[in-house]
Design a protein around this ligand. Structure first.
Ligand code: L34
Length: 295
């Protein structure tokens, strides 16, 4: 018997389109009811090319669903005090429903201090401890964009999760750790038995091979190879890397934390990079901004 399967794609562009159509309809209602559109502000410090791309796609997505958006570009040498003053201004600006400060920030700025300064009610990234704590307790709040985007993706394609072993590789505050919490909740998608693996995990391949659902957010290009994946697994690739490629006009190509070509034939479902988790992160941000505008 061949171990090849035909895999299906968890397509973030397609899923994002469906979710965004619903957001668009709800945005029109908010607009009609209160006389102005939901308004997202994105703060971008410095000129990191990847961050510029991500923020640009957030601004574009806002336009497509009928939101107002404002992009505030600050120079790379902005001081922490100046950024905190801007956060304070946005916290107190009633015309702003929600805002984000795109990460990473330049080394001289303390990301934690900035995140803590954002008013929880406007924290549409869901990074503030109050929102993370509310998620942990199952209370209403803003869910972190990437984990929530993945949950939406699994829901859209009706991927079964109950009783499955979900292995999350990576324990960051904004992806790995909240992902584990969401997948263990008593709801759909959820009800998984969750393992969080990380850089100190002993014999990681033996753990990832046990995964029915494997979520990879470790930040290493093509880290997960076919020998680390169980036949029939659902694989979600959160990584996004730019590898130099002279044959491309841009000079680079994108790849994830998963060796897609090697791994895909073993999967029941897999996310592509690009076109998988990235667009769902953006969609999730729109969901939170709508929620903020609905009050
Ligand atoms: N504050 N910082 C804050 N909030 C976030 O939610 C983010 N993130 C992560 C980095 N820093 C952040 C994003 O916006 C990652 N991220 C993000 C957003 C969008 C995409 C990827 C990462 C995306 O649209 N990716 C496309 C390809 C884009 C390209 O051409 O480079 C994709 O199809 O995967």
């Amino acid at each position: 018997m061949s171990s090849q399967t035909t895999y299906r794609e968890l397509n973030g562009v397609e899923c994002g389109k469906a979710v965004r159509a619903r957001i668009s309809a709800a945005a029109a209602q908010v607009h009609a009811k209160r006389g102005h559109a939901p308004h997202l502000v994105a703060v971008l410090v410095g000129e990191d090319p990847a961050s510029q791309t991500y923020v640009a796609s957030k601004v574009k997505a806002c336009g497509e669903v009928g939101f107002r958006s404002t992009l505030l570009k600050e120079p790379a040498d902005t001081t922490e005090a100046a950024l905190l003053a801007l956060v304070d201004k946005l916290n107190n600006d009633p015309s702003v429903d929600g805002f984000i400060v795109q990460l990473p920030l330049p080394g001289h700025i303390n990301e934690e201090r900035v995140t803590l300064a954002i008013a929880p009610g406007k924290d549409v990234d869901g990074f503030h401890p109050q929102n993370l704590g509310r998620m942990m307790l199952g209370l209403p709040g803003y869910l972190p964009a990437t984990p929530n985007g993945i949950v939406e993706l699994l829901k859209h394609y009706e991927v079964a999760t109950e009783g499955k072993h979900c292995v999350v590789v990576g324990r960051s505050n904004i992806v790995g750790t909240p992902m584990g919490i969401l997948m263990s909740r008593n709801t759909y998608p959820g009800n998984c038995t969750v393992t969080i693996a990380h850089s100190r995990t002993k014999d990681l391949p033996s753990i990832t091979r046990q995964a029915d659902i494997l979520v990879v957010a470790i930040g290493k290009p093509n880290f997960i190879t076919a020998d680390r994946v169980k036949q029939g697994a659902v694989v979600v690739d959160v990584g996004i890397h730019r590898l130099a490629d002279a044959s491309r006009k841009s000079g680079f190509r994108l790849c994830g934390d998963v060796d897609f070509d090697g791994v895909a034939p073993k999967c029941s479902w897999i996310t592509p990079v690009p076109g998988g988790v990235g667009p769902m992160t953006v969609t999730s941000l729109l969901m939170n901004t709508l929620k903020a505008a609905q009050g």
